[in-house]
Design a protein around this ligand. Structure first.
Ligand SMILES: Nc1ccc([C@@H]2N[C@H](CO)[C@@H](O)[C@H]2O)cc1
Ligand SMILES: [Ca+2]
Length: 313
């Protein structure tokens, strides 16, 4: 199984990414690290613990990370995730708390304790924790198998005309991550906007009939309303699980190698991920982005994970 650390800011779609990972035997979720993003660090950390509690998962370590971006002030996405960061569901009270190690140290220690090339980092929020880990222990760059992140986009934005939220909240951190010489797969909005939770997909999930299925459906009810009101979508795109789906089955999406850089100064373009598509990617290109999603396969993976979770881990 693919050993991953999920660095997230739950967040409705982050919650689905957690469940997709938990329910797949192809994924060995070594730990969850949290980052201020969709909501404040305290709220998203509570949410991560509560999602695990919801499926009776009480062993996977959860480590809290950075409260705000490297340089800028934190900007949350309450318009889409609500005041709690996971509005629309009654969350169970977590029966445990975070480990006493900071997320940045958890990331570094886990990578340094495992054989080189075995750990995959899966960031689905702002990239502050990942950038801090690279700066504190540069050795992790060569030891990590790869980074598969939800963020950015090629010619598409959701937090400005051209920038995606996770990148725009902390562009300096994103710049560090995209420039470190490791393999980065950017699962951006051009891909994730294909992962729409239509009523039919939601009904298919709910038909599984377990409390977890109901929980996910309730999350989607809120997410649909928030996305319709604030982003003008008919159905909400579930961004974050696309990263985990790619690790379960790489055929679930096509990827294209291209040099990708991050705008950290522009007025109109701050946080834009700029892919250079003018020529074939150079041989040593270490960045690629996801283009086309096999939508049915994606939702099949989600369905299977929720079924596998059954009445709880
Ligand atoms: N409008 C909006 C803003 C932020 C997010 C969160 N940021 C990423 C998508 O931009 C995902 O990780 C998701 O959790 C989703 C929608
Ligand atoms: Ca997220």
């Amino acid at each position: 199984a693919r050993k991953i650390i999920l660095d997230c800011d739950p967040g409705h779609d982050d919650a689905v990414a957690i469940l997709l990972a938990l329910g797949s035997e192809k994924i060995d979720l070594l730990g969850i690290t949290t980052i201020g993003g969709n909501q404040t660090l305290h709220k998203v950390t509570y949410n991560a613990l509560a999602v695990l509690e919801e499926v009776k998962e009480r062993t996977i370590p959860v480590a809290a990370g950075c409260a705000s971006p490297l340089v800028r002030e934190l900007e949350v996405a309450a318009s889409v995730h609500g005041d709690t960061g996971l509005d629309g569901v009654d969350l169970p009270k977590p029966s445990r708390t975070v480990i006493d190690k900071h997320a940045v140290d958890f990331i570094i220690d886990t990578i340094m304790e495992h054989e080189p090339g075995t750990i995959t980092l899966v960031p689905t929020g702002p990239l502050t924790n990942i950038a801090m880990a690279v700066r504190k222990e540069p050795m992790i760059v060569e030891r990590v198998k790869e980074v598969v992140l939800m963020g950015g986009g090629v010619h598409v934005g959701n937090w400005s005309a051209v920038a995606e939220f996770n990148i725009k909240v902390d562009p300096e951190a994103a710049h560090v991550v995209f420039h470190a010489p490791w393999q980065v797969t950017m699962v951006g909005l051009d891909l994730t906007h294909q992962a729409l939770c239509t009523p039919a997909r939601q009904r298919d999930i709910e038909s599984i009939g377990t409390p977890t299925a109901k929980f996910v459906s309730q999350l989607m009810d809120f997410f649909r309303k928030a996305y319709a009101q604030n982003q003008g979508f008919v159905d909400p795109p579930v961004h974050d699980p696309c990263t985990v789906a790619y690790l379960i089955d790489p055929n679930v999406m096509t990827v294209r190698k291209a040099p990708i850089d991050v705008e950290t100064h522009g007025d109109l373009t701050l946080g834009m991920t700029v892919a250079d598509l003018r020529a074939p990617a150079p041989a040593d290109c270490h960045t690629q982005y996801a283009e086309k999603l096999d939508v049915d396969r994606f939702w099949q993976l989600i369905h299977e994970s929720i079924e596998n979770i059954g009445e709880g881990m």
